[in-house]
Design a protein around this ligand. Structure first.
Ligand code: 5GP
Length: 120
């Protein structure tokens, strides 16, 4: 049984958080330490610790995470200029919270994606 993180408390609204969107499958809220003018986290309500544990039965929630990201990007006024969606997995990916989440970041040019990795 996976261990709950702070994100489960946010989903249940047990701690004060800037919730921007919530439905039966996903919750979206502002990141507590924004790395760009817009930095939103979109998470499944169901606890999945990392991308390694994603199952076929999670596909609806994961698809919803992207449609909600697009909706929130439009609402934030960053859709046309563009933005980045990021999911980190485990230690090498830089994952800190073990409840999968998609970062929606934008509002300024974001630069190279990976500090030199995978650049030409
Ligand atoms: P990761 O490195 O796991 O991909 O990203 C975790 C993100 O969660 C970080 O950007 C961090 O700032 C954010 N975060 C961690 N704890 C909290 C919290 O309690 N509230 C909010 N809103 N964001 C959090």
């Amino acid at each position: 049984m996976a261990e709950e993180t702070i994100f489960s408390k946010i989903i249940r609204r047990e701690i004060p958080t800037d919730i921007l969107y919530q439905d039966d499958l996903v919750t979206a809220f502002n990141d507590i330490h924004p790395q760009a003018p817009t930095h939103i986290l979109i998470i499944p309500n169901h606890l999945i610790p990392t991308c390694n544990e994603v199952k076929a039965s999670d596909e609806k929630a994961l698809g919803r995470m992207i449609t909600v990201a697009a909706k929130l990007a439009a609402e934030a006024g960053i859709a046309e200029n563009g933005y980045r969606l990021i999911m980190n997995c485990n230690q090498h990916g830089g994952q800190e919270v073990y409840h999968i989440h998609m970062h929606l970041v934008g509002g300024e040019p974001l630069g190279p994606i990976l500090n030199g990795h995978l650049q030409n």
